[in-house]
Design a protein around this ligand. Sequence first.
Ligand code: NAD
Length: 267
Amino acid sequence: MSRLDGKTALVTGSVQGIGLAIAEALAGAGARIALHGLADDAQVAEATATLKEAGAPEVRFFDADMADPAAIDAMMDGVAGWGGADILVNNAGIQRTASLAEATPEIWNAVLAVNLSGSFHTMRRALPSMAERGYGRVVNIASVHGLVASVNKAPYVASKFGLVGMSRVAALEYATAGSKSTGGVTVNCICPGWTETAILAPQIEERAAAHDGDRAAGIADLLAEKQPSRRTSDPAEIGALALWLCAPIAHNVTGTSIPVDGGWTAQ
Ligand SMILES: NC(=O)c1ccc[n+]([C@@H]2O[C@H](COP(=O)([O-])OP(=O)(O)OC[C@H]3O[C@@H](n4cnc5c(N)ncnc54)[C@H](O)[C@@H]3O)[C@@H](O)[C@H]2O)c1
C-alpha cells in the first residue's frame, strides 16, 4: 500500500465512529489530517492524540456545522490556507427514523442539509484544486440506503441516493484530470451496511427493548432482517477501503458505490 506523505485529508465527522477510523487509516499512511465534527474540547484532544499516534504529522481541528453553508465555506478557506485538501472524505451524517407522513419538514431539512448539501458545499470547493494538482480523492460515505430503500427512512434514503448520484456526476466531470503517474482525480462512494457506531444506538435500543433490554439480541434482530452475513462491520474495515481508494493504484476506480454490507444489496 503506498504512502500518503505530503498529502492532506479533510475527513468530515472524524471525531468519532467511521470518520475517525478513516482518518486513522489515512494518518497511518502519513497524511496530515483536517479533523472535523461536532465535539467538545476533550473529544477533540482525544481524537487528535489518536491520529498523531497513528502517524499523522499534523492534525488541525475544524468545527463547521455541516448544515451551514457559510460555515462550510469558512472551513474550506481554512483548509485551503493550510495547503488545501488532496483527499476529501464526506462522512458527517445524521439519521432520523420516522414514517414519511410523520417525518416533519424540520427532519427532512436537517437530514438533507448535513448528508447531501454539506457534501456539495465541500466538493464544489475542493475539486478544482485537486484537478490542478493532478491528484485528488473524494470518498463519500453514503450507505446501503444510497442503493436500496427501507421503511421509515425517507429523508435519509433520499439524501444517500442523492449523494450517490452527485458523486457519479463529479466522477464524470473530473475523469480526465491528472494522469496515471499523478494518480488522477476520483470520486467514489462507500456504502456501509450495519456498522457499530453511535449512529445505530437508537435503533439498537428500540430492538433491544423488545428483548428485555438485551443489546446483543437487538443487534442480532437488526442483522437478521437485512444483513445476510449476520455480522456487523467494524469502522476500521471502512477505513481500510477508504485508504485503498486513495492510493495511486485506484486511479481508474471512479464513479463507483462500493457496498460493505455482508450481502445486503445482493438480495
Ligand atoms: N454506522 C452505520 O451502520 C452506518 C451505515 C451506513 C452509513 N453510515 C454513514 O456513516 C457516516 C458516519 O456515521 P457513524 O456511523 O460514524 O455515526 P456517528 O454518529 O458516530 O458519526 C457522525 C459524525 O458526523 C458528525 N456530524 C453530525 N452532524 C454534524 C453537523 N451538523 N455538523 C458537523 N458534523 C456533524 C458528528 O460530529 C460525528 O463525528 C454517516 O454519514 C452515516 O450516515 C453509517
